[in-house]
Design a protein around this ligand. Structure first.
Ligand code: GTP
Ligand code: MG
Length: 346
């Protein structure tokens, strides 16, 4: 068998739910099943191809490792990250004397656990303010899924009993303001709206004033999509950040960069540019459903040295999940036809 789930698998998935924001009550029993469904294209580009490779070669040898390396690179795992994974794999093969072995299950189990260990580094929890509101600024280029992620995040945090305030500081287009307004109604949380064309920092300031009168637990601020090359727009972000910090010491507590996973290595280079000019504290990777390029999660995590805090796996309000390396890598490696032993319980 290519990869078989351990008896205690589901429990460990649930335990790992503490990863995102704090322990989720909804610690979805079906998280693994949902990820397995949504990550299908990426699984096919990694695990299914690897399985085909084993069927072809039949044993662990140098050629197999070289081809495995190519599979990972073409699934957007990134050259640097892939090299590190393959090197580590070689080391384990040496240590456990697996050269020439036909044990494909050992190899994929080892690769999966190397990936999981890599993804487990870093703090995936959302930072919270010691007192007063926790303030999260959401940034990224156009169309990556910032506003949608904010709507979903508001819904999730509200479900945990947090009092939320949204801030529509994308004043670039009236439609952008309306879009967040619609999400605020869907998630049933209040919002501070700006006027089209107004200074985003003034909208942020209004939100801070409102928060002083009626303090929420969490403020999430939407910003206009921007390219790192537009220095005036990057300065606008710094200004928003300064206004927030002046009103609430130590804020913003998170500057979350949203990346569209379906853009693969472009997402990685975008992120590098943002990192140079903004104090990004974590990542949200969206649109992992329907892309074969989900390997980019490993590339951004490893090469930017930033934790992936949430992943977007669909367009509905429930489709943002705290990033869970265990569930994620399991979902990537359970290939077609393999029955999950706990499936019937879900
Ligand atoms: N399939 C899928 N679609 C998503 C996901 N997240 C966002 N989208 C879609 O991506 C499109 C853009 O999302 P927005 O939230 O408007 O992106 P944005 O970054 O706010 O865009 P700008 O404000 O224009 O910069 C919308 O059609 C969303 O429904 C996801 O996780 N999966
Ligand atoms: Mg938007």
């Amino acid at each position: 068998m290519f990869w078989k789930k351990k008896q205690d698998g589901v429990q460990s998935v649930q335990e790992a739910q503490t990863a995102g924001v704090e322990k989720q009550d909804s610690a979805p029993k079906g998280l693994f099943a949902k990820l397995r469904d949504r990550l299908k294209a990426t699984r096919e580009s990694i695990a299914q191809k690897a399985l085909n490779l084993f069927r072809l070669r039949g044993r662990i040898d140098d050629e197999l490792l070289e081809e495995l390396e190519e599979i990972l690179i073409s699934a957007d795992v990134g050259v640097h990250t892939t090299t590190e994974l393959i090197e580590e794999l070689r080391e384990r093969i040496r240590r456990e004397k697996k050269r020439g072995s036909e044990d494909s299950k050992w190899l994929t189990d080892t690769l999966r656990s190397l990936m999981r260990e890599m993804l487990e580094q870093g703090d995936r929890t959302l930072k919270t303010a010691p007192e007063g509101p926790s303030i999260y600024l959401i940034i990224g280029v156009n169309g990556v899924g910032k506003t949608t992620a904010i709507g979903k995040l508001a819904h999730r945090l509200k479900g945990e009993g947090r009092k939320i305030l949204l801030t529509a500081a994308d004043t670039f287009r009236a439609a952008a303001i309306d879009q967040l307004d619609i999400w605020s109604k869907r998630a049933d949380v209040p919002i501070v709206l700006g006027k089209e064309g107004s200074d985003p920092s003034s909208v942020v300031f209004n939100a801070m004033e409102k928060a002083k009168i009626d303090p929420p637990d969490v403020i999430i601020i939407d910003t206009a999509g921007r390219l790192h090359t537009k220095s005036n727009l990057m300065q606008e972000l710094s200004k928003m950040s300064r206004v927030i910090g002046r009103e609430f010491e130590g804020a913003p507590h998170e500057i979350l960069l949203v990346l569209d996973a379906s853009t693969g290595q472009n997402a990685l280079s975008q992120a590098r540019q943002f990192l140079q000019s903004c104090g990004v504290t974590g990542l949200i990777l969206t649109k992992l459903d329907g892309t074969a390029r989900g390997g980019v999660v490993l590339a951004v995590h490893k090469e930017l040295n930033l934790p992936v805090k949430f992943i977007g796996v669909g367009e509905s309000i429930e489709d943002l999940e705290p990033f869970d390396p265990d569930a994620f890598t399991k979902a990537l490696f359970q290939v077609e036809g393999e029955q999950d032993e706990d499936e019937d319980e879900k």
